[in-house]
Structure formats: structure tokens, C-alpha cells
Design a binder for this molecule. Sequence first.
Ligand code: GLN
Length: 314
Amino acid sequence: MMTALDSPPVGVVLDDIVRNHRPRSAAGSVPRGIPHLSSPPFDRFGIAVATTSGEVFSSGDADVPFSIQSISKVFSLAMALGAGNPDALWSRVLREPSGTSFNSLVQLEVEHGIPRNPFINAGALVVTDHLMEKSPDAAAEVLRFLAGQVGHRNEGKGPFIDELAAGTELAHSSRNLALAHFLTDFGNLRRPAQAVVENYVRQCSIMMSCTEVAKAGLFLAQDGQGAQGTVVSPSQAKRICSIMLTCGMYDAAGEFAFRVGLPGKSGVGGGILVIVPGECSICVWSPRLDSKGNSLAGTAALADLSDRTGWSVF
Ligand code: GLN
């Protein structure tokens, strides 16, 4: 870990990260089956750091809203756990890395409808179903939660659901619907499969900037304390971070832990949320993806940032 004397200010480091990691070519891929994510400018790159001492640093396209996609799974899980009775949820979804892609069907069939973890699509569908028991419009609840953490409560400002994008993704959601029907068949979904997938896709279609995602994730670096008070207990915050470390990057979780050494959660919109417990919450965004669906430039930037700052859980 660098000391205050030998480390350059965080803002200077972030500017340098943007200079070095903003893509210069259209390497990598864009997600199949999500039409509105098929043609983002390849050279978009933003990064933001929200610290536990209340500062926010950012650089590059850190204030451009992007589709948070699977980063939403962290927030819906936290809401489900924070609402009480975590055992009811943990009897329906495990905490093991899957070693398979985020939307794989195979494991779910073999393992009798109990998803490996809440961050693969099958697990997130169960979490959404759990949230829908209390509030049928769970996506709106997640959005409200995010707006509260970010500090925007006015119409037209802050996080929003891109309903048009959600609609087009829904029209291409055969695989998520298949997962939901499998879950129903195994007795692990209570609401109709179509309604759960619809709600899940709307959560994934929430638009936020790097600055907003970093602020929203800060409760995980602060023992569960968010902008409006307790989100989850310290023990639950620790556990959510543990699942991020082991399962947050799908079948690249091991490689990400090796390169970055921090709990993270990616989305196919090109965003990655990373937590440095006790220190800060980081969000990086660059839209082109590696073969596992994680931001190519974003992962490289986080590996560099962790090496330069010493931010790591190891
Ligand atoms: N909405 C996407 C899906 O369900 C989210 C995937 C992701 O970000 N990994 O396929």
C-alpha cells in the first residue's frame, strides 16, 4: 500500500488511467441479443472512485449514463438481504462459483433448479422473484434505492430505466425465459416466468454513470452503511463482497481475482463495480467486452489501478 507521502493524488492517477486505457481500436465484442448495446462508440471510457471519507474522483466519460446490466444484481441482492429473512433466499440459491457463462442452462438442469449463485442469470431471477413477493414492481424499487444512494430524488435526474431498451431486450430474451421456466418447473419460482423476466430485464436496463454507480456501491465499502442509513448488516456486506469476489465475473472470476485482487461485478453494458472494503467503491466503464462478457479495457484498467494504489483485499 502506498503512503500519503509517496502516492500521487487519486485524481491524477485516474487521469493517467484514462490516458493509458481508453481503447484506440474496436477490439473485443458487444453483447449478442441486446440490440441497443450493439453499436456503442468503442472509445468510450470512464472511471470514478467514491471514498469512505466522502470524496468522489472521476475522469474520462465518468458522467455518461450507460446500461448497468448485471451490476444491478448486486443491488437487488443487497435489497433482498436487507429486507430480512435471508435464510428464505439462501434456501433457493447457492454461493458457489458456476464456472459457466452467465446465462448457461446446463447446470440448472443438472442441479435441480437451484442456481449456483445470485450473480448468474438464473440466481438473479430467483432474487427478483423473492423481491417481487413484497413489491410486484421490484425494478422500480431497485431504481428508488439507487436514486436514494446517489442523492437524486427528482424526476428526470439520476438513474432511470431505459424502457425502450428493456422492451427490445425482452423481445430477445428466449434464453432468460428458458431459465425462468426451468426454475418454475423445479418449484423455485413463485411468480409467472414472464413477469419475473420482464422485471429482471428492466433492472438490467437501468442507466447510470460511473460516478453514480460508484456512489451507489459505497455502502459495501462501509460495512453496509449507505447514504440513507443501513442497507445491510456488516456481516451481509462482507458476504456480498465475498460473492462478488468468487462469482462477480462469471467464468472469469478466478482470472479477475488474479489480476485485480478485489471483489467486482460486471455487466455486459461494459461497466464494472469494484469494492475496496473500508476505502472506496470504484466504477469503470468501457463498452467492448472480452469473451466472458466483461469489459476488456475496464478489467485492464482495474488491474493497473490496483497495482498502482495497492488497493486490494490481499
Ligand atoms: N441483461 C443481460 C442478460 O440477462 C445481463 C447479462 C450481463 O450483464 N452479464 O443476459
